[in-house]
Design a protein around this ligand. Structure first.
Ligand SMILES: [Cu+2]
Length: 114
């Protein structure tokens, strides 16, 4: 391998590493909690994505609770946030426990990475 070939194979390797990082996820997608709702309430993400729920209210606190898995956040006060990374494809419904009676709910649909 001469110098020029080596340089071009290094460039290919770097490109491969970069695209690999993108495909492996690592993206963060935000869901806003405001007006007693999740925005967007329905979200589709690729495996490996982290979803960050941000409380955008002025005063009200909320939480994020996945009842099927008995997993979720603590009470989130304005400007606080909570994250979950999704490593398995599937449908993940959740709701806000303090406002279940107001139908404050959402769903994350996790699809395989392309
Ligand atoms: Cu709530």
């Amino acid at each position: 391998m001469n110098k020029r070939q080596r340089r071009s194979s290094m460039a290919l390797l770097a490109a491969a590493l970069l695209s690999g990082a993108a495909q492996a996820g690592g993206n963060v997608v935000e869901v806003e909690m405001r007006d007693y709702g999740f925005h967007p309430a329905e979200l589709e993400v690729e495996v490996g994505t982290t979803v960050r729920w941000v409380n955008a209210e002025k005063r009200t606190s909320h939480d994020v609770y996945f009842a099927d898995e008995d997993l979720g956040s603590e009470r989130l006060f304005p400007e606080e946030n909570w994250e979950r990374t999704f490593d398995e494809p599937g449908t993940y419904p959740y709701h806000c426990r303090p406002h279940e009676s107001r139908d404050m709910e959402g769903v994350v649909v996790v699809v395989p990475a392309e």
